[in-house]
Design a protein around this ligand. Structure first.
Ligand code: M6R
Length: 602
């Protein structure tokens, strides 16, 4: 999704801005631009397409880098208006004296446009963002900060905003429901929507809160609320290494992240599983909830479906799983007897954040299962479990998913332990073995690549499973469709005879999750139903059973484990299948079309 970076200091701004934009490319975007300021002049360059195109355009401008020590830049992911040079940010007012970059959506765009119409302002673009530049200009009486404050007070919606003017002596930055951080350097200060953009410049970060505004002049900065009161802030030292956001020898980030999983799971376990005990430092209001609500989007929602199995099994508390986008607008019945768990890799997903706020407002206890340290969701929950999976750059979530599932298992066992019950030794032993099991399953990589070759020209795919393997099927189908653009559906295997079986023929392959558990016999019957109708079958199995082999066109063997951990182990061949299918089709695996890594608009 859109990315913002701003710089003011004693160095040339342009190379720093470009480097920052490149670090945010993984988020997904369709155009890019920057605006540099020098005493009395703004220089704006924008391009449709990749940051490389912008870089080329800048070279053609033959900028004297040393002249510009202040600038703002942006990668845009289109919401209002198509991807184009005109719609790319920064946007300027009519007199070209103010430039803005904006992430988010202005909901009262139409009524604000009317105000500008009365002033005879001509909009250049189709974006909602451009009106911000004109409104600031309208209110500007020599004080940029005050003009920004007057403007944001009119805005309904979400914004991460960085503003400069042609006096070139400050950046004004502010946010509401869209992430923004200040990066603190020596005689230089940065603004960014994603701390990763600042990795090579500074690790000292301040997370701006909603409706806080920073005035930054390079040497110094002030953070205040919209009334003008200075607010306290904390400078956080990011614990990230540059290598964590490099591909290394892997062809794509997604492949690297699939292979990162033994380590990312070890990171999650470190310090949390000692001997036979689960150690989580949670600050929960009570533990006698009448209900637990799990809320998320996309892949994180799939991990919640698995989490429901664990929590209900180990705590006996009823669990509901909700799409965040549905929960937030339903006026949900939720209150102080509920625990609301928000699950998010990025910790910035707009719908999940809004759902969490709704639950917090209604008095629920809240907990986050989040990967990105310091993200908004992680700061707004009462308590949380960080995944520590490291940066996930590929748009398709892989290592965050396996860590979320493991985090749910640890949390469920922790809640059981808190009730004074003894934990099952076999489960604990298997959790400790999990990173090795994942190393083992990764050895199927080459076999899966061969299977992907057989199926990459297919247009539709079914993924079928039961129990914990049903959400695994949903996740496998999502992986395939988002990066290979092949239509895929995940279904509970028993449900196909209630409709989808009508689709089965030789051109619709089915992938069955048929690892050993109490439902295996039932799954075998479902496989027979498909085979009888001429459907091709790929099976994920963990034992060499005659019927499975006879019914399947291809069998991928994964290591044997408990039913709970099978959710993680079985998802890995599906990640590999999606990866190889997309790669064999020469698609942009890490940045699939139309998708953004962190969905910060609803
Ligand atoms: O950062 P989040 O976990 O909140 O993101 C939620 C979804 O946008 C995300 O899982 C999305 O579905 C991924 N592209 C799936 O691979």
């Amino acid at each position: 999704m859109c990315g913002i970076i701003g710089y003011i200091g004693n160095k040339a701004a342009e190379p720093i801005l470009i480097k920052g934009l490149k670090k945010m490319e993984y988020r997904g975007y369709d155009s890019a631009g920057l605006c540099l300021a020098n005493n009395g002049k703004l220089l704006t360059i924008k391009r449709k397409g990749e940051v490389n195109e912008l870089e080329k355009a800048i070279k053609n401008e033959k900028i004297k880098e040393s002249k510009y020590n202040i600038g703002i830049a942006h990668t845009r992911w289109a919401t209002h208006g198509s991807p184009s040079k005109i719609n790319a940010h920064p946007h300027l007012d009519s007199e070209n004296k103010i430039a803005i970059v904006h992430n988010g959506i202005i909901e009262n765009y139409d009524s604000l446009k009317e105000i500008l119409k009365k002033d005879k302002v001509k909009l250049r673009s189709e974006t909602d963002s451009e009106i911000i530049a004109h409104l600031i200009s309208k209110f500007y009486k020599g004080n940029l900060k005050e003009a920004v404050k007057k403007t944001v007070k009119l805005i309904e919606g979400s914004y991460g905003l960085a503003v400069i003017d042609k006096q070139a002596n400050k950046i004004i930055a502010t946010r509401n429901s869209s992430p923004l951080v200040i990066g603190v350097g020596k005689n230089e200060t940065f603004v960014a929507s994603d701390p990763l953009a600042l990795m090579s410049e500074t690790k000292k970060i301040i997370y701006l809160k909603d409706k806080q505004l920073a005035e930054i002049n390079g040497k110094d900065f002030v953070i205040e609320d919209y009334i003008g009161n200075e607010v306290d802030f904390e400078i956080i030292e990011l614990k990230l290494e540059a290598a964590q956001i490099e591909k290394g020898n892997y062809k794509h980030f997604m492949l690297k992240e699939i292979f990162d999983q033994p380590q990312s799971l070890r990171n999650l376990l470190a310090g949390r599983l000692k001997d036979e005990e689960i150690k989580l430092s949670l600050n929960l209001k009570n533990k006698k909830w009448r209900r637990i609500i799990l809320c998320a989007c996309g892949t994180s929602w799939h991990s919640c479906l698995i989490g429901k199995h664990f929590i209900e099994k180990y705590t006996n508390i009823p669990v509901e799983v909700d799409y965040a986008s549905e929960f937030r607008y339903r006026n949900p019945v939720v209150g102080k007897n509920d625990l609301f768990i928000a699950v998010s890799q990025s910790g910035e997903t707009a719908d999940t954040l809004a759902a969490l706020r709704e639950a917090n407002l209604k008095g629920a206890d809240s907990l986050g299962i989040v990967n990105v340290v310091g993200s908004t969701i992680s700061r707004e929950v009462n308590s949380g479990v960080y995944l520590h999976a490291g940066p996930e750059i590929g748009v398709a979530s892989t290592k965050a998913f396996s860590s979320q599932v493991l985090a749910f298992l640890l949390l469920s066992l922790y809640l059981q332990q808190e009730k004074g019950e003894k934990l099952d030794k076999k489960t604990i032993k298997e959790i400790k073995r999990l990173p090795q099991l994942v190393e083992e399953v990764l050895k199927t990589n080459q076999q899966i690549k061969k299977i992907a070759k057989k199926f990459n020209s297919i247009n539709n795919f079914l993924y079928l499973g039961r129990g914990i393997n049903f959400p695994v099927a949903l996740e496998g189908a999502l992986k395939l469709k988002e990066i290979s653009y092949i239509h895929a559906e995940g279904y509970p295997a028993a449900e196909i005879k209630h409709g989808p079986i009508a689709l089965i023929d030789k051109d619709l392959p089915s992938l069955f999750l048929a690892t050993k558990d109490e439902l295996l016999e039932k799954i075998i019957s479902n496989m027979q139903e498909i085979k009888a109708r001429g459907g091709k079958i790929i099976t994920i199995a963990n034992e060499k059973r005659k019927e499975l082999i006879e019914l399947s066109d291809y069998v991928v063997y994964v290591p044997k484990t408990t039913t709970e951990l099978a959710g993680i182990v079985n998802s890995i061949p599906l990640q590999l299948l999606a990866y190889h299918t997309a790669d064999l089709k020469n698609l942009n695996v890490d940045r699939p079309r139309n998708l953004a890594k962190s969905v910060t608009v609803e």
